[in-house]
Design a protein. Sequence first.
Length: 397
Amino acid sequence: MSQFDRDPSTRRLLDDGYCLTFEGNHLLVEHVPYVTAAKTVAYGRLALPVVFSGDIVQDSSGDHRIWFIGEQPCDENGAPIPGPSPEAHAITAETSASFMISSKPKNGGAYANTYDKITSYARILSHPAKTLDPSVTATPGAGWTEIPDDLPFVYPDTGTARAGLAAINSKFRGHRIGIIGLGGTGSYILDQVSKTWVVAIDLFDGDVLDNHNAYRAPGAADIEDLKQRPNKADHFARVYSHMHTGITAHPEFITANNLELLGNCTFVFMAAADADDKPAILAWLRERAIPTIEVGMGIRDEGGHLSGLLAVVNHFPGVPSSPATSATGGARDDYDRNIQTADLNCLNAMLAVINWKKYLAYYADLEQADETVYRIFTGTIRNGTVEQNQSIEEGAA
């Protein structure tokens, strides 16, 4: 039973004769008798999001909730029993629970373990059914089924299970993401994309990782790694392969001469600000209807204070062609000086990732914008067309 082999609660449940399934990072208890509103006995399923510490089942989270797949559980007279309340909870993209049940132990604390929690809820649901038919049982005989989730991760994605986001997260399935440039912003983009269900992530960067790169990237690079001056794509692929299994490093710059490397991508993040061939790259992607998001920063020193803009430009199929560079106004000279800070790199990446998720209809969106601009001085985030944002900035100047 893989990670459940050493779990005492699972073993006890099976010894008692419960029939269990592990699917979508939920432990499902099959064949649980309950009474419907029509005062008939039916069988439903309990669904418990499993909490892991690494690959060890952790059953001391203190969360007393559980979910139920079936109709409204009732007493023997057909009246709803206390505890269950309507609440949708996705287990997989195809399977959802309809009710959440909340019933704390009599001592008012938390359940001691998964065994106590499941048996308690099974009794609550089964008791009215036994009143109508004493022969019904929630323990028809031990059974174990483990359904692989085929997700591209090294360890279980229990965050999705706890939040019930399986159906929504399925929107990432099948996508192959390309990230051009693994500097400050590109590495933060990878940090977020690696936590989604995309099937593959291709990293493109021909530069090496030095100390200054480490100070504007997520996490903490080891000094021994920095001494080796690893290629950025190789380094970040190695780090994030601890979580995501579909990461491939391409230790070279994307230029007009090797664009075929992007051919398998379904979406591209352009985070290489100094790419001389950027117009050609963007044109090649547009010709092939590969949606792309371009990020850019224009930061300048204004008398001892940093100011400027962050810009995210959407190059999506069906949208009129956008300029090849982000709307960083007159800050290009300062951008060439490479003024960057980790927090602004992170924010630029987060704005780009949010726009990507809106494109996939993961997040709600009032209307699609061509560009998102954050202005440091005012703290404002503005969505609109590139031309509108440039006009506003010129007026403000």
